[in-house]
Design a binder for this molecule. Structure first.
Ligand code: NAP
Length: 310
């Protein structure tokens, strides 16, 4: 039996859409890329481009789904519009700017019988599922998350990241939290937080969080946007059977006596999951990583620091 491809439009044709979504979609026969939407006129070769989602709808083009790859501040409005018009929705991370926005999208998708996928791409890094399986039956003694990168290298010209709802250092940091909430058993809770806010910015440049596992093991989280030189995306977990280290954002897994690594295939796996969800008529929306970020803003001390210049 032939299965028709899912006709998909990319909304927001910026860095992540070009680097990852376009190649993953073009390599996956389960999808047909039919359009892109970008206000300032960016276009993908061979595909019609529109300045807004309204214009795409007005053009009468047939499509089944959208992948929303915009900054988080506008994600809810676009996703609500797409769901309202009967389209399945993939949300880049973070799924929206607030938890209540995500809850409203879950309601809209449920009422319309459509798929909503909060796509935590770091959970598809090759080391993550083996790490989860290895940790599942071990006693967790504690963990340390170090996510330090150079904002000038990875986010040049992205003004939105420093604006309210832009997440600042939590933009990469939420990737670490998406992995931690996947591999560590039970619910993680936040007990303390300290956020550094530059005098000229509306989002934090660094954050230190104290979390604990369901069994009370401490997790120290160190997020920083000012790292120069080697970049660090590591999660170390101490267990009663030795230490686990996930490094390079989850691509390399070191277990006692063993190192596993493979080439990056996060987005191909992410789109395979989206296809499976659409075909099975289900949704996948886990807000645990976003909840920890929201808790950090609720519970954290704000430290004003010197102005930061790009
Ligand atoms: P980006 O390079 O700034 O791209 C964002 C794009 O969204 C721009 O092309 C922008 O278009 C477009 N946009 C803004 N408002 C829009 C609207 N109302 N309708 C349609 N398009 C709109 O940002 P990015 O790095 O791709 O990041 C986007 C999201 O992906 C963020 O949430 C980020 O956390 C996530 N992400 C990024 C990476 C990464 O490595 N960069 C990795 C994983 C996930 P204009 O330029 O025309 O305004």
């Amino acid at each position: 039996m032939t299965v028709e491809p899912i006709r998909l439009a990319i909304v927001g044709l910026g860095k992540i859409a070009r680097d990852q979504h376009l190649p993953a979609l073009r390599a996956n026969p389960a999808f047909a890329l039919v359009a892109t939407v970008c206000p300032l006129g960016a276009r993908a070769e061979g595909v019609p481009g529109f300045a807004s989602l309204e214009d795409l709808h007005a053009a009468g083009l047939a499509f089944d789904a959208v992948a929303i790859c915009t900054p988080p501040q506008v994600r809810h409005r676009l996703a609500a519009e797409a769901l309202g018009r009967g389209r399945h929705v993939l949300l880049e991370k973070p799924p929206a700017a607030t938890l209540s926005e995500v809850a409203s999208l879950v309601d809209l998708a449920g009422e319309a019988g459509l798929t909503l996928f909060a796509a935590w791409h770091s959970r598809f890094a090759v080391g993550v599922e083996p790490a989860r399986r290895w940790l599942a039956d071990r006693g967790i003694l504690g963990a340390r998350i170090t996510w330090r990168e150079d904002v000038r290298v990875w986010h040049p010209g992205q003004a939105w990241i420093w604006q309210p709802g832009g997440f600042g250092v939590f933009d990469p940091g939420i990737n670490a939290l998406s992995i931690a909430t996947r591999i560590l058993p039970g619910t993680l809770s936040l007990t303390d937080a300290e956020l550094e806010l530059p005098a000229n910015r509306d989002a934090p440049i660094a954050a230190r969080l104290a979390l604990r596992t369901a069994t009370g093991a401490p997790i120290a989280v160190d997020l920083d946007f000012r790292q120069t030189g080697p970049q660090t995306w590591d999660i170390e977990v101490e267990t009663d059977a030795g230490a686990l280290l996930l490094s390079k954002g989850g691509a390399v897994l070191a277990l006692p006596g063993e190192i596993r690594q493979a080439s990056d295939a996060e987005y191909p796996a992410l789109y395979a999951r989206f296809a499976e969800l659409v075909r099975s008529g289900s949704s996948d929306v886990d807000t645990a990583p976003l909840r920890l970020v929201a808790d950090a803003f609720l519970r954290g001390r704000m430290l004003r620091t010197d102005a930061f210049d790009d």
